[in-house]
Design a binder for this molecule. Structure first.
Ligand SMILES: [Cu+2]
Ligand SMILES: [Zn+2]
Length: 175
């Protein structure tokens, strides 16, 4: 009987370690992308993706080095920014085979994150909630190992498949 009690106590301790104070349940999955300039631009920045719920991700960070105004912002399919114009990143991440849209439209690519708004100083502060993606390597809507791209022009949120957002000003692999 003593040994049963001792075993129960040990299990209790182990369960305590995995509780809210531990890493396993409470730490949300995160990933980051360091954006480097492409297409001859000066744009650079860092974006962090934090799992906020099922298929809900907080997108935060800062990008700088582009002219004032809205610029298209997407997750692209391939985590390859090696091309000088970032064409190696492929098209918009689209696991559901939908047409292009805005970030809150029912018909959209999962990677359609809308536009970043650059201010007078050419800085865009980023902090919003995105839907239909996960901070994961394995899930169908997982974004780890893909790329985030900022464009030279505004995304019109409707022209399929690109949003007519122009060249690729900055690119970063999501890790
Ligand atoms: Cu794009
Ligand atoms: Zn799209």
């Amino acid at each position: 009987m003593k040994s049963v009690i001792a075993a129960a106590a040990l299990i209790g301790i182990a369960a305590g370690c995995a509780g809210p104070a531990g890493q396993s349940e409470s730490a949300p999955a995160t990933a980051t992308a360091n954006l480097e300039p492409r297409s001859g631009s000066q744009a650079s920045g860092k974006i962090t993706f934090t799992q906020a719920g099922a298929d809900i991700v907080r997108v935060s960070g800062e990008v700088r080095g582009l002219s004032k105004g809205p610029k298209g912002f997407h997750i692209h399919e391939k985590g390859d920014c090696s091309d000088p114009k970032a064409m190696s990143a492929g098209g918009h991440f689209n696991p559901t085979q939908h047409k292009h849209g805005g970030p809150y439209d029912p018909q959209r690519h999962a990677g359609d994150l809308g536009n970043l708004n650059f201010n007078d100083q050419g800085i865009a502060k980023v902090d919003f909630i995105a839907f239909g993606i996960s901070v994961s390597k394995d899930k169908a809507d997982g974004i780890i190992g893909r790329a985030v791209v900022v464009h030279l022009d505004v995304d019109d949120l409707k022209t399929d498949p690109t949003g007519n957002a122009g060249g690729r000003a900055a690119c970063g692999v999501i890790r």
